[in-house]
Write a protein that binds this ligand. Structure first.
Ligand SMILES: NC(=O)c1ccc[n+]([C@@H]2O[C@H](COP(=O)([O-])OP(=O)(O)OC[C@H]3O[C@@H](n4cnc5c(N)ncnc54)[C@H](OP(=O)(O)O)[C@@H]3O)[C@@H](O)[C@H]2O)c1
Length: 324
């Protein structure tokens, strides 16, 4: 008898979801060999099932996300937003399905409740893609450094604002023009507030801090200043001082041992030219982790993009499938 497939439901077929669907198809044999049984994509929930999505089998498209969730072993949420994503994730867990998501705002705002529900239901909840997409930062913080003591984390975790700041610093583009050009090139959302006000970076540093120190920190704990208040004079002053302005997200544990206090910040910082964070170009992401025994580690790579984000999502899907 051939082994039962692991049934995968995909919620969303946008930039990330479509890339996940294509890879589940073209890497099907390899994944089956790795798992000892196939991964079967049983459906893809979207808002508009009549639209063509290159590389995605149209017969898999559905607008009935709830019915799709009910027939899956692993549910992959890549629709974004808080609702109905949260309700669908809860439904999946209560029905015994493992959940993979790339939804940073949902995890930053309701991650503790969702983890509690996952524990109650005996299922997994994984979201490596939610922080720095392809760069495996959560696995390093949670697993590789589990035996160490992390003291601080800092980085450039929002590629869109880094693209804007890099255009100003290296190409001399006036700040407001750089924001406009980044929008035209698709680096910023139609509503760029989440990026420019530092909300996206804040969600990521909250998730990183929770993973590193297990404390129930929230978005309200982040001292947050975005880049939207910066002026061309600020950039001129920084350049005159030999500095580069970057939007830096940081988290540190002040005090010692288990009683240390977790502090979080997202703000524009003037960095010396040779600082590792100052060297992040265009949409790149960089994270520096400091740990007692490991010392200073630097992780660097693509923090966005369909294929890149799908890489992290698929790693979590394989981990979820192995749990079954
Ligand atoms: N894009 C990136 O580089 C990136 C990187 C890291 C993390 N993420 C995260 O990944 C998630 C997805 O991002 P994305 O860029 O792929 O978004 P997207 O391109 O806007 O795609 C969203 C998809 O979800 C579907 N959808 C939205 N609301 C729905 C609903 N109520 N019912 C059914 N389907 C619904 C949409 O359907 P229609 O196509 O029919 O509209 C679309 O297919 C987000 O949480 C995002 O923060 C993205």
């Amino acid at each position: 008898m051939s082994p039962q497939p692991v049934r995968v439901a995909l919620l969303g077929a946008g930039t990330v979801g479509a890339a996940v669907a294509r890879r589940l198809d073209d890497r099907a044999q390899r994944y089956a060999a790795q798992l000892g049984r196939p991964l079967e994509l049983v459906g893809v929930a979207v808002r508009d099932a009549s639209r063509d999505r290159p590389g995605v089998d149209p017969s898999l498209l559905t607008t009935d996300a709830e019915a799709l969730v009910d027939r899956a072993d692993v549910v992959v949420e890549v629709m974004g937003g808080l609702e109905p994503a949260r309700a669908l994730i809860e439904r999946a867990m209560r029905r015994g399905a493992h959940v993979v998501t790339a939804n940073k705002q949902l995890i930053a705002q309701q991650g503790d409740e969702l983890h509690a529900l996952a524990d109650e239901c005996g299922v997994g909840l994984d979201y490596e893609a939610a922080v720095m997409a392809a760069v495996p930062v959560l696995a390093v913080v949670r697993e590789s450094l589990a035996g160490d003591r992390i003291t601080a984390i800092s980085g450039i975790v929002n590629g869109s604002t880094n693209f804007v700041l890099d255009m100003v610093a290296r190409r001399g583009v006036p700040f407001q023009d750089a924001v406009r050009q980044a929008g035209e090139l698709g680096y910023l959302e139609a509503d760029p507030t989440e990026d420019l006000e530092g909300l996206d970076a804040a969600a990521k540093i909250v998730i990183l801090a929770r993973t590193a120190w297990g404390r129930p920190v929230t978005l309200a704990d982040v001292q947050r200043t975005g880049i939207n208040g910066l002026t061309d004079e600020d950039f001129a002053h920084a350049a005159a001082a030999g500095q580069v302005i970057k939007l830096v997200a940081s988290a540190w544990c002040s005090g010692s041992g288990e009683d240390c206090r977790v502090e979080l910040a997202v703000r524009p910082v003037g960095l010396p030219q040779d600082d590792p964070l100052a060297q992040a170009r265009e949409g790149a992401n960089v994270l520096i982790i400091e740990a007692e025994s490991a010392g200073r580690l630097r992780l660097h790579g693509a923090g966005a993009g369909g294929e890149e984000t799908a890489s992290a999502v698929l790693g979590d899907v394989l981990r979820a499938a192995r749990r079954r």
